[in-house]
Design a protein around this ligand. Structure first.
Ligand SMILES: [Zn+2]
Length: 114
C-alpha cells in the first residue's frame, strides 16, 4: 500500500468536502493517549488544523505482543523486540494531538540488524 498516496487522497477528500473533519480526525482515545505519552515530535505541521509538531507513534506487532500492538519509544526497545523470535512489524502513525488527525505513514518488518 502506498501510504503517501492514501494520505494525499484522504486530505483531498477533506479539502473538497467529501469527508468531514470528524472523519479525517478520528484518532481513538488510546491513540491520543499514546501520542501524548510515547511519541516522537516531528517538525511537520498538521495538514488539517495547522497545529505545529505532529507526533509519530510507533506500534510493534508480533508474537506475544498485545493484539493492538505495543507502543514503543526508544530504538533500544525496537532492537530488543527485533531480536526476539518470530516476525515483528512496526507501524508508524502520525498524529495531531490538537484535532485528532491520524494516518499511518509507514510500516516495516523489524530485522535484527536494524
Ligand atoms: Zn491537527
Amino acid at each position: 500500500m502506498d501510504f503517501r498516496l492514501a494520505r494525499a487522497t484522504k486530505l483531498a477528500s477533506y479539502r473538497t468536502g467529501r469527508a468531514s473533519r470528524a472523519e479525517v480526525c478520528d484518532a481513538q482515545p488510546e491513540l491520543l493517549r499514546n501520542a501524548r505519552a510515547c511519541s516522537r515530535r516531528t517538525r511537520r505541521t498538521c495538514p488539517i488544523c495547522e497545529h505545529r509538531h505532529l507526533v509519530e507513534v510507533t506500534y510493534v506487532f508480533g508474537p506475544r505482543l498485545p493484539k493492538s500492538g505495543r507502543c514503543i519509544t526508544s530504538s533500544g526497545e525496537v532492537a530488543t523486540l527485533a531480536a526476539r523470535a518470530g516476525r515483528h512489524e512496526a507501524w508508524e502513525v502520525e498524529v495531531c494531538t490538537e484535532c485528532g488527525w491520524n494516518h499511518v505513514i509507514r510500516t516495516y518488518p523489524l530485522t535484527a540488524a536494524s
